[in-house]
Design a protein around this ligand. Structure first.
Ligand SMILES: [Zn+2]
Length: 101
């Protein structure tokens, strides 16, 4: 899959998640004080489904945030080690490139 296609797919997925969050919140707010007719109320069932969806989304966001923090920490540790060895790979010396040839 091309990079541009992946980017478009990611944007579409992000927009879908944001719309799901917004409309779920609107549904819950507008039906929070509804009159329950019986034990198998469809509105209460829908509110329960939204509650589960929000729990899953926020736990996924938590895992995503932990992943980003771990990768940033690993990058900092790698950069610190490369500075200690004085072989920073982002410099000409680190890449072993000579300019006087
Ligand atoms: Zn109800």
């Amino acid at each position: 899959m091309h990079s541009k296609t992946k980017r478009i797919f990611a944007v579409i997925m992000f927009v879908c998640v944001v719309f799901a969050l917004i409309f779920s919140a609107i549904f819950v707010i507008s039906h929070i004080n509804h009159e329950c007719t019986d034990e198998h109320c469809p509105v209460c069932a829908q509110i329960h489904n939204i509650e589960n969806l929000l729990k899953k989304l926020f736990s996924a966001l938590g895992f995503f945030a932990v992943g980003i923090l771990l990768s940033c920490g690993l990058l900092r540790i790698r950069n610190a080690f490369s500075r200690l060895k004085n072989t920073d790979i982002n410099t000409l010396i680190g890449k072993k490139i000579r300019l006087n040839i």
